[in-house]
Design a protein around this ligand. Structure first.
Ligand code: ATP
Ligand code: MG
Length: 774
């Protein structure tokens, strides 16, 4: 055992050693909140608190695993193994497995991911013959999800006139009916979606006091990381469980609350003292993660938010280098800049790919960056894209496995009933769905008694259906004696899934086969690890892991180092030596959809704060002057966040200072968070109207579009000044007319020496000088 308390500062140690009762640790980024939580658990166990009595809730399962391994260093592997640790979803899925029967759910219930849920909703919308343009499945799902996270059941939806009215106004009066159908169908399929895992846990704990008492007794110590992003449903679960012993320790940073769009409620952290009696409050003020420049710059941003708790944060770390700001013409150039910069840093400073992260506001931004990284042969990994388990061939294979564990799983059945093709068409499946609803059975149950039912399906198809059911039953029998890997291997062989893909002979087919083989490798790995830990190696356990896996979880230890790409939302809690925050443009970051109210804008600012505080040594901020958005090339303006950082922390790699739009400041002025002296332009500057240049191509192609663009958008004309030649007479927006004396450099660095009548000879960077040839 190491002397773990030595690795903590005074305030951290106090928080770790604090005995009983409710406690909250509120502190800024990088101050060791997660470290304190980890050591606190180790310390509890060191003082003979049984691992079974501790529940720790984390933001990702990966974070839980890392914490567990640190705790194991202090208390030993075998003790740490028994800790209940993980995300809300994974911990409560586990509880629902053993207690779900109270609510009528089988212990082998399926967990529907978003894709399954959207498919089910689409099918309900189709059956109800609703207009699918008005009822967009994804939108409907997110509405239902927001109900569930606020604990609004179908019944309470119908008794809430405001909600009914809102959906009527949005011309979607049937939302309630879809919600009802969706709940029924999930129930009949023995399935829960992600939100159900929390909603049903709440239902369980409220309706069954004996179950609540059991878990209250069990979890004598509850610890929650990233408490600022809990939603109402999670908040209620924690409150209920902690009610008996009140040994609840939450850590968080209100300035990092970034999930309000998913129902996270910043008030949960702000009201903690009201919710519990005799709360002990701890503050951590020293940042250990980042250079002083980064810490101070982050402070200078977040202090602009009005809604925040007072916190100090400082660091004893070196000042470090300034935050580098890079402006590029296009998003493609932005990508190239990042790839080159990583390449150079690696070379000059002997760094590994894994020391770099690229963070963006929206997933779509990754494409241009990926292109550039590939060209430079820099290995990268995208988090939060389509994860391995969501690829079609993997979902199809898993659907077989899901179905044999839970035959009522309707979405799984629909995926595989005719895959590989066995002549069962869409019409037949529709008929079966209708009949199953009619008989109040699952489709699988219906198929078991197909011959006795009055369904309009011809004899040939009936035989095919019965063959399918017989095959599935056969699999079920095998699953009783085989481990997860053996069952999967058996199913894949019998269904000829790989054979089918191989036969298509395309490169895509080959890569799909490889993926299925990779799935089998994963299964083998799972079985080995479970055996080693003397734990259950059945298929049902594997599927549980998969359903809640994020791509952080599928990371392999022996993987070659890769640059990490992810949205800022996903980067919460993580840290990297070198961080690139890209796309710092108005309407992208802050997002166009988040500029209507002060609170939305403040959340975007918190997001920027989260992004910047991920960096340990060096942060880069980049933005492009033009970017393709929704298939169109648009002109972009630098983000207001760039202007909000005190300039002394920044180093502009291109020009001294970007030009910020006047409008933005007027906006900010209404919000009131920019001091008057910061407003540079007293009079609004007349800017040419913004025009969107229509273009279908995705690559920017300056020479071809030269004329068209410079005519329609004077603002963008400077992009194409490369045509300027010596002895041209040009006009500059500020200096007036002048003659080009000489040219030097190329591309972004091309400069012209010009003699102006007004100010004499000036050297101008063509990419920024607004010049017109006359
Ligand atoms: P975030 O708000 O981003 O989640 P956090 O407050 O949880 O940050 P940690 O991740 O726990 O902060 O700590 C930040 C970094 O500082 C980690 O690398 C951690 O190991 C290190 N650290 C924390 N406390 C100390 C300490 N007392 N001595 C040395 N390093 C420390
Ligand atoms: Mg943390």
């Amino acid at each position: 055992m190491n002397n773990y308390l030595e690795n903590l500062n005074e305030s951290q140690r106090e928080a770790v050693l604090h005995k009983e009762g409710p406690m909250i640790i509120i502190a800024g980024a990088g101050s060791g909140k997660t470290r304190v939580l980890t050591y606190r658990i180790a310390n509890l166990m060191h003082n003979n608190i049984d691992a079974f009595n501790i529940l720790a809730l984390t933001f990702t399962n990966k974070a839980a695993r890392e914490m567990k391994s640190r705790i194991a260093d202090v208390v030993g592997d075998s003790e740490a193994k028994n800790l209940w640790m993980g995300t809300f979803h994974s911990v409560f899925a586990r509880i629902l497995r053993s207690e779900g029967h109270h609510l009528g759910f089988p212990s082998n219930f399926t967990i529907y991911d978003t894709q399954d849920a959207v498919r089910l909703i689409s099918s309900i919308i189709k059956e109800m013959q609703l207009d699918k343009d008005r009822y967009k499945p994804k939108q409907v799902l997110s509405r239902i999800s927001s109900f569930k996270n606020s604990l609004i059941t179908v019944k309470s939806y119908y008794s809430n006139p405001d909600l009914l009215e809102a959906d009527k106004i949005a011309q979607r009066p049937k939302i309630g009916e879809i919600y009802q159908q969706y709940v029924n169908r999930c129930f009949k399929s023995g399935a829960m979606d992600f939100d159900d895992l929390l909603l049903r846990t709440n239902e369980l704990l409220t309706r069954f006091p004996e179950v609540l008492a059991k878990y209250q007794q069990r979890f004598k110590y509850i610890l929650v990381d990233e408490y600022q992003d809990t939603n109402h449903s999670q908040y209620l679960i924690v409150r209920a469980l902690a009610d008996r012993f009140q040994n609840i320790c939450v850590v968080g940073d209100d300035s990092q609350s970034i999930y309000s769009f998913r129902g996270a409620n910043i008030q949960n952290i702000l009201n903690f003292q009201r919710d519990y009696e005799k709360v002990s409050i701890f503050k951590l003020e020293q940042n250990y993660r980042s250079s002083r420049n980064i810490v101070d710059a982050s402070n200078s941003i977040i202090q602009r938010n009005r809604t925040k708790l007072d916190k100090q944060i400082w660091t004893a770390n070196n000042e470090g280098t300034k935050i580098k700001v890079m402006r590029t013409f296009t998003e493609a150039e932005e990508g190239r800049f990042i790839a080159n910069s990583i390449f150079d840093n690696k070379l000059n400073l002997q760094l590994k790919n894994s020391e770099f992260a690229i963070l963006y506001r929206t997933n779509a931004q990754s494409r241009a960056i990926e292109d550039a990284l590939r060209k430079k042969d820099i290995k990268y990994k995208i988090y939060g894209g389509l994860s391995f388990y969501q690829r079609k061939e993997i979902k199809d294979t898993l659907a077989y496995l899901r179905l044999l564990i839970n035959p009522n799983d309707e979405e799984a059945l629909k995926r595989v009933i005719n895959y590989p093709a066995r002549g069962i068409g869409a019409t037949t499946i529709d008929k079966l769905t209708v009949a199953a609803n009619h008989y109040k059975k699952s489709i699988f149950e219906l198929l078991l008694t197909l011959n006795q039912l009055d369904i309009n399906i011809n004899a040939g198809t009936k035989t095919k259906l019965i063959n399918f059911v017989t095959m599935m039953q056969h699999f079920q029998i095998e699953a009783q004696t085989k481990n997860a890997f053996e069952v999967a291997e058996f199913v894949i062989k019998q269904t000829r899934l790989i054979k089918d893909l191989e036969s298509d002979g395309t490169p895509e087919g080959v890569s799909k086969v490889e993926n299925i083989q990779e799935l089998l490798n994963g299964l083998k790995d799972f079985v080995d690890v479970q055996k080693e830990n003397e734990e259950e190696d059945s298929l049902a356990f594997f599927l549980e892991d998969v359903a809640l896996a994020t791509d952080f979880d599928s990371e392999k230890k022996d993987d070659i180092p890769r640059v990490s790409l992810m949205t800022i939302h996903l980067a919460k809690g993580l840290e990297y030596p070198y961080v690139y925050i890209v796309g710092l443009e108005e309407n992208l970051f802050p997002s166009a959809m988040s500029m209507n109210t002060r609170s939305e804008l403040e959340e975007e600012r918190r997001l920027f704060y989260v992004a910047l505080t991920r960096a340990e040594k060096q942060a880069y901020l980049t933005y492009a002057q033009t970017r393709y958005r929704w298939g169109k090339l648009v002109d972009c303006e630098p983000s207001r966040f760039l202007e909000e950082i005190d300039e002394k922390y920044l180093e502009y790699l291109t020009v001294k200072k970007p030009s910020f739009s006047q409008n933005k400041f007027i906006n900010e002025d209404i919000f009131g968070s920019v001091p008057q002296h910061k407003i540079r332009f007293k009079k609004p500057i007349q800017r040419p109207p913004k025009k969107v240049i229509k273009q279908q191509k995705t690559e920017f192609n300056p020479p071809k579009n030269l004329k068209k663009v410079s005519k329609s958008t004077p603002n963008a004309s400077n992009l194409f000044d490369s045509k300027i030649a010596v002895s041209n007479i040009v006009e500059h927006s500020k200096f007036g007319k002048g003659e080009v004396l000489s040219l030097e450099g190329s591309g972004a660095n091309k400069k012209a020496e010009i003699r102006f009548a007004s100010v004499g000879v000036k050297k101008l960077l063509l990419q920024f000088a607004k010049l017109r040839i006359i």
